[in-house]
Write a protein that binds this ligand. Structure first.
Ligand SMILES: [Zn+2]
Length: 246
């Protein structure tokens, strides 16, 4: 279920459906909740064709299974250079803007898939994100995935594994959602390379936190003319991705 009006589902050329911004979305904005039928995890994949699986982990007992024909977060594609993050409210999965998003941009998030399923047909798990940093697969870097796993464990600590409504019923929306989600260094963050870089002075170069904040607020890559570099993003582990401009 979309929580803001400035998004719509469109057909893409290679990746099936996708979610696109119709207007500016500010960094941190909570965009969608992952709603669907509450299903026992042993039975969830039976609901879908083999090549389209939309079940989302809720606990080791429960999956949330959306209707593929309805609009929602399940129609978002993955990217190795995403502009959205997969967040959590308790055990609910949500999607929020990692940075300011510009009109016309496709909204993507990293799926954080762990180990590859051996039965998986070759090619079905390819990534088509076209980022220069594309891994070519939907699976996450193993070190990043392990850190994500720990992150999720912390987020759901103390939350019941049982479904909040009986099996077979729809997970209801919350009465109230937070408007904004705080930044977290577990997410890779990149400026939008189609927009002009944001001009920065060296004062802003003092910490990874400051770089992330500037990318989140402006949505852009960061230009440091004094040292001749453009910061394109900050990835997990505090690694700064930059290129020389002279
Ligand atoms: Zn990719």
């Amino acid at each position: 279920m979309f929580l803001i009006p400035q998004v719509e589902v469109q057909e893409t050329e290679e990746k099936g459906k996708g979610i696109f911004a119709t207007d500016i979305i500010e960094g941190g904005t909570l965009i969608s909740d992952y709603l669907g039928k509450v299903v026992h995890s042993d039975e969830s994949t039976d609901l879908y064709d083999d090549d389209v699986v939309f079940d989302m982990w809720y606990s080791d007992k429960v999956d949330i299974c959306p209707d593929p024909d309805k609009p929602g977060m399940h129609t978002a594609n993955t990217s190795c250079e995403p502009n959205c993050g997969m967040g959590a409210i308790g055990r609910r999965t949500t999607m929020f803007a990692l940075r300011k998003i510009f009109p016309g941009e496709e909204l993507t998030y990293e799926y954080f898939l762990g180990e590859q399923d051996e039965d998986c047909e070759a090619g079905t798990d390819n990534c088509f994100c076209e980022s220069p940093f594309c891994r070519g697969t939907m699976y996450s870097n193993p070190m990043h995935y392990d850190a994500w796993d720990e992150h999720v464990e912390k987020m759901v600590k103390g939350e019941s594994e049982d479904p909040p409504v009986p099996y077979g019923e729809q997970l209801p929306p919350l009465d109230k959602y937070p408007e904004s989600v705080e930044d977290d260094e577990i997410y890779n963050i990149f400026g939008y390379r189609e927009e002009e870089p944001h001009k920065c002075d060296m004062e802003s170069f003092k910490s990874v936190k400051e770089l992330r904040k500037l990318i989140r607020e402006t949505g852009r890559t960061l230009k440091f003319s004094d040292i001749g570099i453009i910061v394109e993003g900050v990835i997990f582990g505090g690694h700064v991705i930059y290129k020389y401009i002279r």
